[in-house]
Design a protein around this ligand. Structure first.
Ligand code: SAH
Length: 343
């Protein structure tokens, strides 16, 4: 049995060919699924009547169960969903002046072990299947009645540790007969799995890349992010350079500011040196404190000082306002609280 929400247009085409049907039916199916929100083949009136039971037998409609919904004062909504195997995942909807953006989860738990992150506290149980990632977008639209215009693959999990399923997901939500989310409206964020950055540079869709850098040297990054022991900061920068040369796209550098860890003026200057000459945009993010570790948010004056130092060096930088901190929107926080209740 195939999961219908996990099938790309070519998967559906191949399926039709395999049962001796015309492949053009794939676009009809995609329209039903993503434009008309059909929940069964019985509703698909332009599909031959005698074909519908066969489709229902071969292709499964899955669903996500809403466990909890938390709404922040700034309009950010966090959803906790239960998967068919009872695992819990989080999805976040953010409101921007340019539209609605959804942050999706790609794995149950995460193995990257970033010290500041609540998600890494629970080891990865499994990858999400493509359909489970697609369903997060569908459910959020369905529950809010909003049209999702942007996607960030920045929820729980390391997308490049579940590469195939995530790339399929991007292809499905981009399909012009379906959700048609623009390629440039989608961003995948990685902690720095270097070989996958090279591979992603060749991915046919023009989707964006964000790198969770969070440190300006190996010493600090080794402590914060164990992935740095496998791929040193210099190798990461080389991969970013390759990606930019290959795709001509600007890369977002994410840098969370943690008090007395990575927020000094010296660190800002070191970061400026590291990124010199690269077409990047630096997103400075206030750290969201979590109960499980001792790290503290860098005070506003330090954040401002860091920002000013980068600006002075001519870098493209923004000091991000935080969203949803009153609803535990920091990665993994809702899930880890909720899991405690369910365990
Ligand atoms: N694994 C991917 C995507 C998921 S994490 C990655 O590392 O990029 C999404 C972003 O949230 C990353 O930049 C991560 O470092 C950051 N993050 C994790 N915990 C955080 C916290 N408590 N406060 C602020 N940002 C956090």
């Amino acid at each position: 049995m195939n999961h219908i929400y996990g099938m790309t247009e070519s998967d559906i085409k191949n399926y039709f060919v395999s049962i001796g049907e015309k492949p053009y039916r794939s676009t009809q199916i995609i329209e039903w699924l993503y434009r008309k929100n059909a929940k069964s083949f019985a509703e698909m009136t332009n599909i031959k009547k005698d074909l519908r039971p066969r489709l229902a037998e071969d292709l499964k409609f899955d669903d996500l169960e809403l466990v909890r919904k938390q709404e922040s004062k700034d309009g950010t909504i966090k959803f906790l969903f239960r998967l068919a195997d009872m695992n819990l995942i989080e999805t976040v909807l953010m409101t921007h002046d340019y539209g609605y953006s959804v942050c999706v989860t790609t794995e149950v738990g995460c193995n990257m072990g970033c010290q500041f992150c609540a998600s890494g506290l629970k080891k990865k149980k499994r990858n999400l299947e493509t359909y489970e990632i697609v369903l997060q977008i569908l459910k959020v639209s369905e529950l809010t009645g909003l049209r999702v215009s942007h996607i960030v693959v920045m929820g729980i999990g390391e997308p490049f540790d579940n590469y195939e399923n995530v790339m399929k997901f991007l292809e499905i939500v981009n399909n012009p007969f379906g959700l048609e989310i623009g390629q440039r409206h989608m961003t995948v964020s990685t902690c720095g799995i270097v070989p996958k950055i090279y591979e992603y540079a060749d991915f046919p869709l023009q989707v964006n890349l964000a790198i969770s850098l969070h440190a300006s040297n190996n010493k600090t990054r080794d402590i914060l992010m164990p992935i740095n022991k496998a791929y040193k900061i210099e190798e990461l920068i080389e991969a970013i350079r390759y990606y930019i040369d290959k795709t001509n796209r600007r890369v977002t550098i994410e840098y969370i500011l943690i008090e007395n860890v990575n927020d000094s003026i010296a660190a800002a200057n070191e970061l400026a040196d590291l990124l010199r000459g690269l077409n990047v945009y630096i997103n400075l993010i206030p750290y969201n404190e979590v109960l499980e570790n001792p790290y503290k948010r860098s005070p506003l004056e330090n954040r401002q000082r860091f920002y000013d130092a980068l600006k002075k060096r001519g870098l493209n930088v923004t000091l991000r306002r935080e969203q949803g901190s009153d609803i535990d929107a920091a990665c993994g926080q809702l899930r880890s609280k909720e899991m405690k209740k369910y365990e």
